[in-house]
Design a binder for this molecule. Structure first.
Ligand code: UD1
Length: 416
């Protein structure tokens, strides 16, 4: 199993380019199932999850062609309406084929995802939404079997804000008969990026980016070209790494307008930040100040940045309270940070972090994608060597991470 070895203590300095967003690329790739025409996507990140999604779509009969950063998907010959357990268990986002398959082909077999490292993460809202649109759904041998002659527009209220739930139902509704209204919908920028792509394909969608999305179904969608938005979580991860290490970096190709709460927390930690269109510059002099945070759906503080800020708080001046309200088991990085000397107490969904002057390098284990990013940041600021095991989690969501960090001066290498 591959590991990362990091010699800590070097402040990050320099410029790095932000990749396309994983959480926008995955649903948008599934949108290719909604049409027989070609969907050409640019700025697609080279990530394990993107490869897994491409394989899944190819297994269904989607033709895929690849060039650097560009993927063209054509769903003219889809003949297998199934997302098997082997794929869904490694990547929950595979459940995003459900809505498009039922909408265009009237049937889908999609494995239930089961539990995952950060919590139970059910898909009941995806299922209830499709049922409200007239689909007949049975759970058979661990699979969701959905059938509908043609989905019908419906008013659907989410009792919990769900990102992929909103995306699945928004895609399903594009080909439904009549108007669908999604209430208490997710407002994440990735939902808006998907809506932009669907509109380019001929869908009639309004209200994306607010909590009420209206979709007027059409008879068919057509091909389109779309450029995937930049990854706000990758951007945030590099900024936190620079702030925690007392660095000075510039991100290019990102977007500051979708990073408000993250930038606010970095300012509170003492960073100097300048933004200019697509570039974000951060400079940190000295030790960061501890920052309290509470995760919640967009535009509030993202759960996908909680672990990275935990690493920053671990070496900050003062104490911070971190509350996780989205996932019930998203503190697995805490045990590993403690191995590096962090002082963190956990009580239910709340952590109290008491910053220490210095972490010390040690062997640690990555448990999920963002926990891995937290350990990388901790390794960058710790004294001596940190070796992170199970970094396949990191490769699922960060493009060329060690090359990008090396470019910023980090002493990091992959052990094969
Ligand atoms: C997406 C992101 C993930 C991010 C998360 C929260 C993708 C591919 N993944 O995951 O990186 O951490 O949003 O911002 O975009 N829930 C239910 N029933 C459902 C669906 C969700 O109870 O049917 C609950 C979940 O267990 C969780 C909460 O709703 O507690 C939010 O989850 P959700 O927004 O659905 O997360 P994902 O879309 O899976």
């Amino acid at each position: 199993m591959q590991k990362l070895a990091i010699q800590g203590g070097v402040p990050l300095r320099g410029e790095v380019r932000i990749s396309g967003a994983k959480n926008a690329a995955l649903p948008i790739m599934c949108a290719s199932l909604l049409t027989a025409d070609a969907l050409s996507l640019g700025n697609v990140p080279e990530l394990h999850d993107v490869v897994t999604m491409r394989k899944l779509l190819q297994q269904m009969g989607v033709m895929a062609t690849l060039e650097a950063g560009a993927v063209t998907l054509c769903g003219a010959q889809v003949d297998k309406l199934e997302a098997p357990y082997e794929m869904v268990k490694t990547m929950r986002a595979a459940v995003l084929v459900l809505g498009p398959l039922v909408a265009r082909f009237g049937e889908a077999f999609v494995s239930l995802p089961g539990g995952c490292a950060i919590g139970s993460r059910p898909v009941d809202l995806h299922i209830k939404g499709l049922q409200a649109m007239g689909a007949e759904i049975h759970i058979e041998h661990g699979y969701i079997h959905a059938k509908a002659s043609r989905l019908k527009g419906a008013r659907i209220f989410f009792d919990i804000v769900s990102v992929t739930g909103t995306e699945n139902l928004m895609m399903a509704a594009t080909l439904a008969d009549g108007v669908t209204v999604l209430e208490n919908a997710a407002r994440e920028p990735e939902v808006v990026d998907l809506a932009n792509c669907l509109r380019a394909m001929g869908a009639k969608i309004s209200g994306d980016g607010t909590d009420t999305i209206t979709i007027a179904g059409v008879d068919r969608l057509h091909g389109a070209e779309h450029r995937i938005m930049p990854d706000r979580i990758e951007s945030g991860t590099f900024l936190v790494a620079a702030a925690a290490s007392g660095g000075n970096i510039t991100l290019t190709g990102g977007r500051a307008d979708i990073l408000d709460t993250v930038l606010e927390k970095l300012l509170e930690a003492g960073a100097h930040i300048r933004t200019d269109g697509t570039s974000i510059h951060l400079e940190m002099a000295g030790r960061p100040k501890a920052v309290n945070l509470r995760t919640a759906p967009y535009p509030a503080f993202p759960t996908d940045m909680q672990a990275q800020f935990m690493a920053l708080n671990a070496v900050a001046d003062g104490s911070a309270m971190v509350v996780e309200t989205i996932f019930e088991n998203r503190f697995m990085h805490v045990q590993e940070l403690r191995r590096l000397g962090a002082l963190i107490d956990v009580e239910g969904n709340t952590c109290m972090v008491r910053g220490v002057q210095q972490l010390e390098g040690a062997a640690v284990m990555a448990t999920d994608l963002r926990a891995s990013a937290c350990l990388v940041i901790a390794g960058l600021v710790a004294q001596g060597e940190t070796v992170i095991d199970r970094i396949y989690h990191l490769d699922r969501g960060y493009e060329h991470i060690e090359a990008k960090l090396s470019q910023l001066g980090a002493n990091i290498r992959r052990l094969k």
